[in-house]
Write a protein that binds this ligand. Sequence first.
Ligand code: NAD
Ligand code: DAU
Length: 332
Amino acid sequence: MQQILVTGGAGFIGSNFVHHLVRHTDASVTVLDKMTYAASREALDGLPSDRVSLVVGDIADPAVVDPLVAEHDAVVHYAAESHNDNSLADPSPFIRTNLIGTFTLLEAARRHDVRFHHVSTDEVYGDLELDDPAKFTPSTPYNPSSPYSASKAGSDHLVRAWVRSFGVRATISNCSNNYGPWQHVEKFIPRQITNLLAGGRVKLYGAGANVRDWIHTEDHSSAVLAILERGAIGETYLIGADGEKSNLEVVRMLLGLLGHAEDDFDQVTDRAGHDLRYAIDASKLRDELGWRPQYGDFAAGLSATVDWYRANEAWWRPKKGATEAAYAAKGQ
Ligand code: NAD
Ligand code: DAU
C-alpha cells in the first residue's frame, strides 16, 4: 500500500499512527482532519513534507471525502468525537461525525474499492463487573452505555454491513484506553498530570474503583499497522496489553511521581452511566497476526508521560482553562 489516507490524523492516536507509518513503511500519507478542539498541528511537526500532507476537512462531507478516498490505496479511519463526558453534555456532534462521517467514508470506499480499516473502542461492549475474571472478546455482545460508545457501536455495525452487503474490504479494531504524549487535557491521565503541574488538585470520579485497561498509544499503532497489512477482511481484532488498573491506583501512581501524598486528591461528581470495568482479551491479534506490545511497563510509560507533559507546557497550557471551567460547571 503506497497511498494511505488517515482520518483524524491530527488527533492524539491518529498522529501517533502517522509517525508510526513514516518510520515503519514507505507509504505516502494524507491526513484528513477537521482540526476540531482535539486536533494539534504540532503533533505532525517533523514529518517529511514529501511523504505527509494535511487536508483540513470534514469526514461527513462527501464532496471532500469522495475524491480524496479515490486517490488512495487504503483508509485508516481514526476521526471521531472521542470524549464520553462531552457526549453526555451534547451528543449531536458524536452522531454526525461518528455515524454520518463513517457512513460517508464507507460509501467512498465502496465506490472506489479502497481497503478500509475502522478504528474503534472496547466501550462498544459496555462494561464488566469489578470482581469478574472475564474479559471482552470479539464475540462479546454489543451493549454500549454512553452516546459516545453508542455512536462507535453504530459505526462498527455500518462497517460490518458494508463488508457483507457490498464487499467493502474492511477490518475493525476495538482498543482499550490509550495513554501517552499529545493526549488532550480533558482525558483522565493528562487532566490529573496537568492539574498537579499547574498547582491544582487531582479530580477522581466517585471512589475511583472503576477499572481501565491501559495501553501505550505506540502499541495501539503497531497493532493497527499489523491489521492493515495482515488482517483478514471482515474480521474484528481486539487490541489490549493486559494493563488493568483502577482509577484510584493510577491516581496514587501519579501523585507519587509528582511528589504528593497518596491521598492528596478530591472526589468529585461521578460520570452518569459510568462503566465499571474494561478488560481486553487480545489473543486473536497475538495468535493470528503475531503482534506483541512493546510498552507493557505501565509504571515506566506513565513516568515518561509525566515527563512529556512537564516538557510541553506551552502545548497544553492554552487548552487548560476552558477545559477546567467546563468540568467545574458540572461539579467535576
Ligand atoms: P482525539 O479526540 O484526540 O482526536 C480525534 C481527531 O479527529 C481530532 O484530530 C479531530 O480534529 C478529528 N475529527 C473530529 N471530527 C472530525 C470530522 N468530522 N472530520 C474530520 N476529522 C475530525 O481522539 P483519539 O483519542 O485520538 O481517538 C482516535 C480514535 O481512536 C477514535 O475513533 C476513538 O474512538 C478511537 N479510540 C480511542 C481510544 C482512546 O483511549 N483515546 C481507545 C480506543 C479507540
Ligand atoms: O476504552 C477506550 C476509551 O477510553 C476510548 O474509546 C475513549 O475515546 C477514551 O476517551 C477512553 O474513555 P474513558 O471514558 O475510559 O476515558 P477517560 O480518560 O475519560 O476516563 C478514564 C477513567 O477515569 C474513567 O473511569 C473516568 C475517570 N475519570 C475521568 C476524568 C476525566 C476521573 O476519575 N476523573 C477525571 O477527571
